[in-house]
Design a protein around this ligand. Sequence first.
Ligand code: NI
Length: 171
Amino acid sequence: MAQLPILRYPDPRLHTVARPVAVVDERIRQLVDDMIETMYASEGVGLAATQVDVHERVIVMDTSDQHDQPVVLINPEITERSAEFMLGEEGCLSVPQIYDKVERHARVTVRALGRDGQPFELKAEGLASVCVQHEMDHLLGKVFVEYLSPLKRDRIRTKMLKKTREEQRGG
Ligand code: NI
């Protein structure tokens, strides 16, 4: 396994729309394993392939308390959304150290293929529901800061560009 570099907002590649995975083969399983390793190493609860510059519909997440229950969602589709919404604080590995509130469906049902290529259904609520919706947005090229006001988004953009410049200078 290997850790993969994570694209940082406002990298334009984060706005790429991912295509469906044609076949769950060894290449995809390797990607899944690398994404899981990257997610744990970065202390995130979810990671979409878009964030590691692979534009195929693959998500890994783990919202368990012990971080020992990884969930793999390949070609995920939401089949049910609750009418009820919830407001939760979100962060993103592509927008480090930024957290803000976003409204999401309180519960969603997702159909996807697992790492073994077999279809399954996931009923998610609370943090898992937020995570599924956040990661599925990534596959559509959307980053959570796009739900915030233009003013907040501009501030975040400026902050991230500055951080990236500083790192590139080695500072
Ligand atoms: Ni994210």
